[in-house]
Design a protein around this ligand. Structure first.
Ligand code: CDP
Length: 245
């Protein structure tokens, strides 16, 4: 089944369109690296600390650093206030983010240390793990952690039988026909392999290649945004330019 070209979504997007994407680095000056990434109303920030000595000592790995990711939704990020503190969902997403990022980070250079990646969702309208991965990848790069690539992440899925990209919360809750499927993926930008595939719902095997093709196309757009944002952050600001005159 091909993506329906005439299929219009509630917010006017075409099936293959992500929500407007925005990104910024250096949003948390005290961190070693930080970034914000948004898909429409979903806003994630990530802060990187380290590499620094890992305590307690028995958790250290003498051959490489430990990449420790912590994801959470802030209480005010969702319509109904979320109870503060970690829960099973946050633990699972933290682990998934760790797996998504690990293939591109050269951990062997920093034995016995930890690189902490804190990811918080300021505003949630579905796609929070994907926005979090995009932000974390930029934050790691800004922190100067040696990486072989940037990781890009997007959700594809289905509303009834229509393949769509970057589901909003309304689309994730769609119940008509076959209902909704949310298929979150992440991939190193310059690789053809995926470092994360997580599905909530059902999709027939013959649709998977088309879904991953759609995801890869949006990952290319995300990669360009990530690169441009990181490069622009190295240029002198208008204020710094003024001070030099
Ligand atoms: O956010 P993501 O799609 O990666 O993960 P999810 O577990 O499928 O959550 C989908 C959406 O449900 C979130 O983005 C939030 O908008 C919403 N949600 C919520 O309102 N309250 C929660 N405690 C958890 C999720």
């Amino acid at each position: 089944m091909a993506v329906k070209k005439d299929f219009k979504r509630a917010d006017g997007r075409k099936a293959e369109d992500a929500r407007p994407m925005t990104a910024k680095v250096g949003v948390i000056p005290n961190a070693d690296g930080s970034a914000m990434f948004a898909f429409g109303d979903t806003v994630a920030i990530a802060a990187v600390y380290g590499p620094r000595k890992l305590h307690p000592q028995h958790m250290q790995n003498p051959t490489k650093a430990v990449l420790r990711c912590n994801y959470d939704l802030l209480s005010f990020s969702v319509g109904d206030r979320k109870r503060p503190g970690p829960n099973r969902r946050a633990q699972e997403i933290s682990k998934a983010i760790e797996w998504a990022l690990s293939p591109v980070v050269d951990l062997s250079l920093f034995p016995n240390t930890v690189i902490d990646v804190q990811i918080y969702i300021l505003q949630a309208d579905a796609g929070t793990r994907t926005a979090g991965i995009n932000a974390a990848s930029m934050a790691l790069a800004q922190a100067g952690i040696p990486m072989t690539d940037l990781v890009c992440s997007i959700a594809v899925g289905k509303n009834d039988t229509n393949l769509i990209v970057d589901l909003s919360k309304g689309e994730e809750d769609f119940e008509e026909g076959e209902g909704a499927t949310d298929f979150a993926v992440a991939k190193p930008a310059n690789s053809s392999s995926f470092s994360l595939m997580q599905m909530d719902g059902k999709i027939s095997p013959e649709l998977v290649p088309e879904a991953t093709k759609l995801a890869s196309k949006v990952c290319e757009e995300i990669y360009e945004i990530q690169k441009k944002t990181l490069k622009d952050s190295l240029l002198p600001s208008e204020q710094e330019k003024g001070a030099k005159k």
